[in-house]
Design a protein around this ligand. Structure first.
Ligand code: GLN
Length: 198
């Protein structure tokens, strides 16, 4: 199987996702390549998309400016696997908190969940934690950087991981939302799970 997997590359932590995708693809013996998606032409080539961490307001604006906002929503509805991490997790949600409303950030609304931006507060801007993830053997080192949390979910969305009463990973069909940065721990298991959806 030869596939092209996209990482939205308008802003944020792009290269780390491309690197770990490459590793995950070779460990699953999938031939193909990860590519950065900046424009509609790039997006049309890929069969799955990762929306990385960064700044959710900026990423949302650039999705609209680059005519990617509606096409991403449409292909997600047709079943394209999409994974949003950190800022990307915020964009996957149906509902944001006041911080999202105040900045007038348009969400992709692809998962039945509500998020809180910067949920872990100033004292804990960045931290790491060993997470139990549903279906994984052994914990996964989660790197949290000004991370959001999933405060509530409903409908077709289910919990994959929690940390101190916060939902930090959820799934709805082939769509995933992670409050942390799975590309920063050197562990390919989450990217492998994502690739298995294609
Ligand atoms: N706090 C950022 C936001 O609200 C997300 C941080 C991240 O992606 N590392 O968009």
């Amino acid at each position: 199987m030869t596939v092209k997997v996209g990482v939205l590359a308008v802003q944020g932590a792009v290269q780390e996702h491309l690197d770990i995708l490459k590793k995950a693809m070779s460990s699953l013996e999938i031939s193909g390549s990860p590519i950065g998606v900046r424009k509609l032409e790039d997006f049309q080539k890929v069969s799955a998309l990762i929306i990385p961490g960064g700044e959710s307001t900026t990423i949302s604006k650039l999705l609209q400016k680059n005519s990617l906002f509606d096409p991403v929503r449409e292909r997600a509805k047709e079943g394209m696997p999409i994974m949003g991490t950190c800022a990307g997790c915020i964009l996957m949600a149906m509902e944001g908190d006041q911080a999202v409303a105040k900045t007038d950030t348009q969400l992709l609304s692809l998962m039945d969940m509500a998020v809180i931006r910067n949920a872990f507060g100033r004292q804990r801007e960045s931290f790491e934690a060993d997470l139990d993830i549903l279906g994984f053997n052994g914990t996964f080192r989660g790197v949290f950087i000004r991370a959001p949390a999933i405060s509530r979910l409903w409908g077709g969305c289910s919990v994959l991981s929690t940390f101190e009463d916060n939902i930090v990973m959820a799934r709805q069909g082939a769509r995933f939302a992670l409050a942390f940065h799975p590309e920063l721990s050197g562990d390919t298991r989450i990217h492998e799970m994502f690739l298995e959806q294609i």
